[in-house]
Design a protein around this ligand. Structure first.
Ligand code: SAM
Length: 232
């Protein structure tokens, strides 16, 4: 269970109404029941229910069951698309172990804003579902050009571009280190964006095959390839 609360031996964790409903109503747990908690920072902790009510409850931490497991240093930069598909991308990125998720506004991105809180909640749910101890941070929408202005050149960019069909780079030969995958919007990247990205020494243009994939498919495919070739 994810809690936004510090975890440590003897620490009391107060549950809100939704958490109490889930734990006591849906999961049918009661006083004394063991519960595994994580907050994305302190690893996983074994706690016991010390108070159970309909509107809330309390858990007491006993001991750490797993240390914090940091994911590989991989960011996912993607241009938000339709709501359900954006939700999907965030969920899958969190499941696949992205360390940070950055929605970016490109020239052809239609979204003007995103619901960062909703997307962060999806990342929490995904981490819960796959038994992770880490929750990736989901940033607010940032313009790609601004992000590139302050880009740390030590972080490589896997620049996924369907315009490269037939010229696939070999990922196995790419350098190790911190990476960011960049996925464009439904309309793809503009020519000035392509020119700018190709001029960046840390950006590595890559094809994901001869078919034009939807952005959500491309995000999952790129993360899978990265994990296979460059992940730990
Ligand atoms: N505008 C393009 C078109 O209609 O021809 C399609 C863009 S595609 C739907 C969205 C994003 O997915 C692209 O900007 C790219 O980042 C990624 N993508 C899709 N297919 C790809 C491929 N075969 N290789 C590399 N990237 C791909």
């Amino acid at each position: 269970l994810y809690v936004d609360h510090p975890l440590g031996a003897g620490q009391c964790v107060v549950l809100d109404r939704d958490q109490a409903h889930y734990l006591f109503g849906v999961m049918r747990q009661g006083p004394g029941a063991p519960v595994l908690l994580f907050n994305g920072r302190d690893g996983e902790w074994l706690a016991h229910v010390s108070q159970a009510g309909k509107r809330g409850g309390e858990l007491t931490c006993a001991q750490q069951s797993r240390p914090l497991q940091m994911p590989p240093d991989l960011w996912l930069l993607f241009a938000p698309i339709k709501k359900a598909r954006t939700d999907f991308i965030v969920e899958k990125a969190a499941e696949m172990g992205a360390a940070r998720i950055l929605p970016v506004q490109t020239e052809f991105t239609n979204a003007e804003r995103i619901r960062q809180d909703r997307l962060q909640a999806h990342a929490v749910e995904a981490a819960e579902q796959c038994g992770g101890t880490y929750v990736p941070q989901v940033d607010d929408l940032t313009r790609l050009d601004r992000l590139l202005e302050g880009w740390d050149s030590a972080r490589h960019i896997l620049f996924c571009d369907e315009a490269l069909v037939g010229a696939a780079a070999t990922m196995a030969e790419m350098p190790r280190g911190p990476w960011a995958i960049l996925i464009g919007p439904e309309g793809g990247f503009s020519d000035p964006e392509r020119t700018r990205l190709r001029a960046l020494p840390c950006a590595h243009p890559v094809s994901l095959g001869p078919r034009i994939l939807r952005a959500d498919t491309a995000a999952v495919a790129a993360m899978t390839l990265w994990q296979a070739h460059l992940g730990d």
